[in-house]
Design a binder for this molecule. Structure first.
Ligand code: NI
Length: 193
């Protein structure tokens, strides 16, 4: 990753350690239902439940209508297990979505079956964060994604991200509340990852 501009923020962490990952998870056929209240609630619960058995640290998280991005710190190699748990628990909590196998729908009439759909796309995109600069860039990429996708002009106006909460708790530097993100497009390109 080549930086075309000077990195404008001070460092969050003094030392870089391993175990940092960036993820993009997409809904089935990019349908826009992820920010609906019952889905958000189910997702939050699924994350909390997954953390009980398989802890990880959330560095950043943004939920967009048809996808989400996040940065995690994970101590072990059980990342696929965590994602399948989060996805399955979310789906399970929402009666309007079918489970992966679709076996629950076998006895439904075809009319009823059409009401159900899948929630998640099967796979997810994962990037191992290699250094401190990447770490901060990917966190900012998450926080400013609603601006990138044109949903809000001010990232703080998007309710489904860690930006506001982590600014308040001091986890993010206060400069992150008002940054010009045009340079993020230069770093990442316009292509979503
Ligand atoms: Ni995005």
């Amino acid at each position: 990753m080549a930086l075309r501009h000077d990195f404008p923020m001070r460092r969050v962490r003094r030392y870089y350690e391993g175990g940092y990952y960036f993820f993009t998870v997409v809904t089935y056929k990019r349908q826009k239902f992820l920010t609906e209240p019952d889905v958000i609630q189910a997702l939050r619960h699924a994350i909390a439940e997954t953390m009980k058995t398989h802890p990880f640290e959330i560095e950043a998280w943004v939920v967009m209508p048809d996808h989400m991005h996040c940065v995690w710190i994970v101590d072990d190699d059980k990342i696929p297990l965590r994602w399948s748990k989060i996805k399955a628990l979310t789906t399970k909590a929402l009666s309007r979505f079918s489970h992966e196998s679709g076996s629950d729908l076998i006895n439904c009439s075809s009319r009823k079956r059409r009401k159900y759909g899948k929630l998640w796309q099967h796979s997810y995109w994962e990037h191992t964060i290699r250094n401190e600069t990447e770490h901060e860039l990917y966190m900012l990429y998450c926080c400013y994604n609603p601006v990138k996708h044109g949903y809000v002009e001010n990232a703080l106006d998007w309710p489904y991200s860690t930006l506001k909460r982590y600014l308040a708790s001091g986890k993010y530097p206060e400069e992150w509340a008002h940054i010009d993100v045009s340079w993020l497009d230069d770093v990442f390109g316009s292509h979503e990852r």
